[in-house]
Design a protein around this ligand. Structure first.
Ligand code: AMP
Ligand code: ZN
Length: 116
């Protein structure tokens, strides 16, 4: 597995994912254990662990892509809203140590399957 990192391996296509969006810098794919229908993860292709060690330019581009992809996901799944979640460190519930933003579509009257 690339860099011994699951999301680097997904970005490299070594492990399959259900792609939502891809360009040279960013990949978005469906979460394998979705908290709601359309739960999407957005990652940079370059590895960093969390918010604090991510290069500022990478982060700026990533956040703008999160905005664009969130709009597309909201429309595609006809969601009423969405949560953005980004965990840092085991204490926060981070299980994959490659920075990722969760886009979790929300539907009126429907609770999340879990709250990380
Ligand atoms: P976090 O708790 O913020 O580190 O979130 C990691 C997320 O990655 C969890 O919501 C997992 O369900 C998800 N996940 C783990 N392995 C995969 C995979 N192979 N493909 C898609 N999502 C995954
Ligand atoms: Zn990685």
């Amino acid at each position: 597995m690339k860099n011994n990192c699951l999301f680097c391996a997904i970005a490299a296509g070594e492990i399959p994912s259900t792609k939502v969006y891809e360009d040279d810098e960013v990949l978005a794919f469906l979460d394998i254990n979705p908290a709601s229908e359309g739960h999407t993860l957005v990652i940079p292709k370059v590895h960093s662990e969390g918010l604090l060690d991510t290069d500022d330019e990478v982060l700026k581009a990533l956040v703008l892509k999160v905005k664009k992809i969130a709009a597309e996901v909201k429309t595609k799944y006809n969601a009423d809203g969405f949560n953005i979640l980004q965990n840092n460190g085991e204490a926060s519930g981070q299980t994959v140590k490659h920075i990722h933003f969760h886009i979790i579509p929300r539907y009126d009257g429907k609770p999340l399957k879990f709250l990380p």
